[in-house]
Design a protein around this ligand. Structure first.
Ligand code: AMP
Length: 295
């Protein structure tokens, strides 16, 4: 019985070649299949897999990519030590139902002497972009290339990286790209910590304190539900929680308009608010966020 089930599981194909990806997608499309795309940097966890499961839908073909994109890491960031458990990643993505895994090599995406960059000014230099200059330019540049090869009908992104989703949604809209962008909710550990490949950097003591990010956001939500109008008041609530976690060093606590990322002073001043936080916990720089709509 087990063998029968295993033998019926469709095999995941994988390639490094952009041409092979284009061929596979062209064949699916000719057969009337819609294609969904889940780009990742690997070190696959349940957050990534939730995107694959959503992407699969009915009768959709799913392309996933694994590429640790050097262009989106700043000098001194963790490009070199970013986890790359490729055999495990392949197993997990195959089991979740990926049809084609694309593992481009750097040279496939960045030909010698490449210079072209994509930017979304106004959205890409605030919050994460302020702390990590050039980060989103790397993200938008690579995702445009990935989309150009895969030409998916649907691009799946995680709410965990809310600013990344805002930036990419704007890029897709501004460049008239024929792809629907969908966001999936943040997948969390039982104690609330948002899943992230970077959680692997945490020691047990740091892991215990990393819950500060989601605890702070829970306090922010409580204050908003209780009618807090001042963004400064919301931020104070987050910081008050964080004072109980000495291993957590704030990078930022921000209350912004979820669509424009512009700072908000009065929490009723935006249709949708994004409370975005970033902090270093030991060697890991972690982010989390919550979206909230005033009634
Ligand atoms: P990454 O491999 O970190 O570049 O992430 C690839 C995709 O997975 C992005 O769209 C992320 O927003 C999404 N993602 C990462 N962590 C989570 C999570 N905990 N829940 C849902 N989606 C996630």
């Amino acid at each position: 019985m087990r063998a029968a089930i295993a033998s019926r599981a469709p095999a995941m194909r994988r390639t490094t070649s952009p041409a092979r990806v284009r061929d596979a997608v062209a064949r699916w499309r000719a057969g009337g299949k819609a294609v969904a795309f889940v780009p990742t940097m690997g070190a696959i966890h349940a957050g990534h897999l939730s995107l694959v499961v959503r992407a699969r839908g009915t009768g959709r073909r799913v392309v996933a990519s694994i590429f640790v994109n050097p262009l989106q890491f700043g000098p001194g960031e963790d490009f070199g030590r970013y986890p790359r458990p490729i055999a495990r990643d392949r197993r997990l993505l195959a089991a979740a139902g990926v049809d084609l895994l694309w593992e481009p090599r750097a040279g496939d995406l960045y030909p010698d002497g490449h210079r072209t960059r994509v930017r979304v000014p106004g959205l890409d230099e605030v919050l994460e972009g302020a702390s990590r200059p050039g980060h989103f330019e790397g993200v938008t540049t690579v995702v445009l290339k990935l989309l150009d090869v895969v030409t998916p009908d649907v691009l799946w992104l995680g709410q965990k990286d809310a600013q990344q989703a805002v930036v990419l949604e704007r890029m897709v809209r501004d460049l008239l790209l024929p792809v629907a962008v969908k966001r999936a909710p943040t997948v969390r550990e039982p104690d609330g910590l948002a899943l992230s490949s970077r959680n692997a950097y945490l020691s047990p003591a740091e892991r215990a304190q990393a819950v500060a990010l989601c605890r702070g956001l829970e306090a922010a939500r409580e204050s908003l539900e209780a009618g807090e109008r001042s963004a400064a008041g919301v931020k104070r609530r987050v910081r008050a929680v964080w004072r109980g976690f000495p291993l957590v060093r704030e990078d930022y606590v921000a209350v912004v308009d979820a669509r424009t990322l512009a700072p908000v002073r009065d929490t009723r001043g935006a249709r949708r608010l994004l409370v975005a936080v970033a902090a270093a916990v030991g060697p890991a720089r972690l982010i989390d966020n919550l979206e909230w709509s005033p009634r």
